[in-house]
Design a protein around this ligand. Structure first.
Ligand code: BGC
Length: 431
């Protein structure tokens, strides 16, 4: 095992999402989804981990972890609780939180949509209704007008592909539908909403004379490898790549719709990214299967591969492959906007972090501009339909008292952040 050192300007931090940590909000699509009994372990985002009331305590933890940057998301349903009516109280709360981060020397990266919708939007057909595009744009304008003087870096939408597929293909997330035509409409609207938001953020901040605006999407990207390189297996793994990533990436970067979403440029052709955000977790080994119900495919992991608590393959080389591929295409700084693992016993997270950062160091040495790394996630939290029992955090949270405790992997990551790398001593101590 080798030591390594990342460049001085590289930023390390953690990422979270409002719905997964805040608690207290009953006005969003996931509150209702939990009330309807869809969460596997019966836990509820209305509790989450009480971050809304523990902002200062959690920023103290980030300081302890030597985080230089923090990716947070804003809950649309709090900021616009009723269609067209904005809550000064909610936006003030976020402003206060962001000011505290800045005071602590932690640079904020703010996500405007991370999987959850206000109930009024959900009941209006959510993203499948074309109205969502203009409604999102108005919300973004409101937020950036209030926060644009202190926030330069924005993510418009987190993982549009994961949201659309889980909500409209697999039917596992709200509103629980299985409809290709809704998937197509909703995906198209999310792409248009990203472009409108991209322009709105730039224009509001330009109006404030702010020149350092950075806007992007957090793209969930996986490696799809064929199990055996047969024509049918290759065809199905390419199809996964296209439907899961390519149609979203092409739309969100240059405004182009490709089949099956449409064709051409419904808005202007352009460049709608200042950085390229990558959420990387795993790869799928894909083979063709003669069964329409399973989308003519089987996704699995190679026998003997290391997997996490959710059965996802741990494949650090995939991070290298993905960053290289998209850097060669887009040539803008890459932010790893999420990377982490579900490991209840905190047994393999340290090695996971080491192995993925090692790949990042290699990428940088090969001339690929990776500039930031956000570990998913700061503390154990509400992991969507898995509930609170899937543990991705560097910090554990007691389900009753909400007491936070830095795990061994958190201690390791804290040293990684302060060293901007891994030293020989750290390898001896932790690995
Ligand atoms: C999401 C997070 C989620 C993580 C782990 C990403 O797809 O953006 O919200 O908790 O993966 O599953």
């Amino acid at each position: 095992m080798n030591s390594f050192k990342l460049p001085g300007g590289f930023l390390l931090g953690t990422a979270t999402a409002s719905l997964q940590i805040e608690g207290g909000d009953r006005n969003n699509s996931w509150y209702r989804w939990a009330e309807e009994g869809h969460i596997k372990d019966g836990t509820h985002p209305v509790n989450a981990v009480d971050h809304w009331n523990r902002v200062e305590e959690d920023i103290e933890i980030m300081k302890k972890l030597n985080n230089q940057t923090y990716r947070l998301s804003l809950e649309w349903s709090r900021i616009e609780p009723v269609r067209g009516k904005f809550s000064k109280e909610a936006i003030d709360h976020y402003r206060w939180e962001i000011e505290k981060l800045i005071e602590a020397g932690i640079k904020p990266l703010v996500t405007l949509h991370h999987f959850s919708n206000p109930l009024w939007l959900e009941d209006n057909g959510a993203w499948v209704n074309h109205e969502a595009v203009g409604l999102f744009e108005r919300y973004v304008q409101y937020v950036v007008t209030y926060l644009g003087d202190i926030v330069s870096d924005w993510i418009t939408i987190n993982e549009p592909n994961v949201y659309m597929i889980n909500s409209y293909m697999f039917g596992e997330w709200p509103p629980g539908e299985k409809s290709i035509s809704k998937f197509i409409k909703g995906s198209r609207n999310m792409i248009l909403a990203h472009i409108k938001a991209y322009k709105a953020i730039h224009s509001v901040r330009e109006g404030m004379n702010q020149k350092d605006t950075m806007v992007g999407v957090a793209n969930h990207l996986r490696v799809f490898d064929s199990k055996k390189k047969t024509p049918l297996n290759n065809w199905i793994s390419n199809l996964y790549d296209r439907m899961f990533q390519e149609i979203f990436i092409t739309g969100m970067t240059e405004g182009k719709l490709i089949s099956p979403l449409g064709s051409g440029y419904p808005l202007e052709k352009g460049k709608y990214y200042d950085f390229f955000g990558i959420n990387y977790y795993t790869r799928d080994i894909v083979s063709f299967k003669m069964n329409a119900a399973s989308l003519f495919s089987k996704r699995e992991v190679f026998e003997g591969s290391a997997v996490n608590d959710l059965g996802w393959e741990i494949y650090p080389e995939g991070l290298y492959r993905i960053c290289k591929k998209y850097y060669e295409r887009f040539k803008v700084p890459i932010f790893i906007t999420e990377n982490g693992t579900s490991d209840e016993k905190d047994e393999f997270r340290i090695k996971y972090i080491y192995d993925h950062l090692y790949q990042i160091n290699k990428l940088i040495n090969d001339g690929i501009e990776v500039q930031r790394y956000y570990h998913w996630t700061l503390m154990d939290n509400f992991e969507w339909i898995e509930g609170l029992s899937s543990k991705f955090g560097l910090v554990s949270v007691d389900p009753v008292s909400y007491e936070r405790k830095v795990k061994e992997s958190g201690k390791f990551y804290s040293e990684v952040c302060s060293e901007k790398g891994v030293t020989k001593e750290m390898i001896k101590k932790y690995l």
